[in-house]
Design a protein around this ligand. Structure first.
Ligand SMILES: Cc1cc2nc3c(=O)[nH]c(=O)nc-3n(C[C@H](O)[C@H](O)[C@H](O)COP(=O)(O)OP(=O)(O)OC[C@H]3O[C@@H](n4cnc5c(N)ncnc54)[C@H](O)[C@@H]3O)c2cc1C
Length: 339
């Protein structure tokens, strides 16, 4: 790794969803971030098959270099280790500097890839960030914490820095370059990868995913067992809602880990979040958007969840939830009669 004083930003484009617009927006975000320090931006794009249309769109942006790598043996479903092994070699060829900042799009794949690359290059992993700025003292990354309720600024003196950048594009249209960078096409193999390392956990196709649900019915330790969660599922079905849970509920096996809400689980932004038997710790609320209306049911009137709830109900769930289900059913029957 060589050292240079000029920060260089390297946007990684990982062909995950075949969504060219999403990939181009990521590069535009990196270009916005580079403007104040007049940094050069390079794009390294990894796809399964050649994508000349994407390369052509990248040429309309003011990029210092465009590297298009075709790795036909990337596995399906996508594996971060495959992208990492291709990108490790690409960044070595690209002579990664200690003042470079490598940016992948935020998301499960991008976040794992930059964490792995940071370890490989002995760099600094900033994780999921909104923005990075640079000065003589190093790099400063802004991270949203507690579900966007706060921003922390993290500083690192020495790079290379690796970030998963959240989409924030609000900037003006970027001027097309007078001399577009010519794409450099390469072929690569994602082998060797450690095939044994991957454990595929079967999905939970029967349940609605919490990340995209309009309504989430979520239970905590206060639910006390699987019977209570069966009742929450009945309620969720009536509202076309997804079932969520707190960490203790997941640890107890009452709800699958793919439905855990919070700092170490999923981030949700439904219109309504029904929190039942959940105390409202910062780690749990970190997974609930500030724009979501929280309806809390808890038998402790001093529970912290009531500080953030839009509607608070002091009650035992085991009397309140069956009564609510009965009321919803009665209302539906009444509506059916009048039609
Ligand atoms: C690094 C780290 C990451 C973490 N990540 C997460 C995360 O992603 N998600 C997460 O949830 N937690 C996370 N935690 C754990 C977190 O700190 C709390 O332990 C957890 O959120 C508490 O879950 P809870 O509200 O279900 O349980 P509790 O805090 O035990 O609350 C249970 C609530 O149920 C109420 N209750 C009891 N009986 C009834 C009843 N009959 N009717 C109605 N209400 C009742 C009680 O009054 C109480 O308020 C994390 C912690 C750490 C340190």
């Amino acid at each position: 790794m060589t050292t240079t004083s000029a920060p260089r930003l390297i946007a990684l484009l990982l062909d995950e969803h075949d969504d060219a617009q999403q990939l181009v927006t990521h590069v535009e975000d990196v270009l916005d971030m580079a403007q104040p320090c007049a940094s050069e931006v390079h794009a390294i794009c990894v796809t399964r098959t050649p994508n000349p249309a994407l390369a052509e769109r990248l040429q309309r942006l003011p990029l210092g270099a465009i590297v298009c790598i075709v790795a036909a043996d990337l596995r399906e479903p996508v594996q971060a280790v495959d992208f990492t092994s291709v990108l490790q070699r690409a960044l070595e060829t690209h002579a990664l500097h200690s003042t470079d900042c490598v940016c992948a799009p935020a998301g499960a794949l991008g976040e794992e890839v930059v964490a792995r690359l940071a370890a490989t290059f002995d760099g600094c992993a900033f994780g999921r960030v909104q923005h990075v700025s640079f000065d003589v003292s190093g790099a400063h990354a802004d991270r949203a914490v507690f579900g966007g309720r706060s921003i922390v600024r993290v500083r690192s003196e020495r790079g290379p820095w690796f970030v998963a950048l959240r989409t924030s594009r609000t900037g003006s249209a970027l001027a097309a370059p007078a001399t577009p960078a010519a794409p450099e096409w390469r072929e690569a193999s994602s082998v060797p990868h450690d095939a044994d390392e991957i454990v595929v956990v079967p999905g939970d196709a029967a349940r609605l995913p919490v990340e995209t649900a309009r309504v989430v019915v979520s239970g905590g330790r206060g639910i006390q067992g699987p019977q209570g969660f069966a009742l929450l599922e009945q309620l969720a079905a009536r509202f076309d809602a997804a079932l969520g849970g707190s960490l203790p509920a997941v640890d107890a096996g009452w709800v699958p880990v793919t439905h855990q809400v919070g700092q170490s689980g999923k981030f949700v932004s439904p219109s309504v979040y029904l929190a039942v038997g959940i105390s409202g710790t910062p780690q749990h609320l970190a997974g609930v958007s500030t724009t979501t209306r929280i309806v809390a049911i808890n038998n402790d009137e001093d529970a912290d969840i009531f500080r953030v709830a839009d509607v608070g109900i002091v009650a035992d769930w085991d009397t309140f939830i069956p009564a609510l289900i009965a009321r919803v059913d009665a209302r539906r029957r009444a509506c059916a009669h009048t039609q």
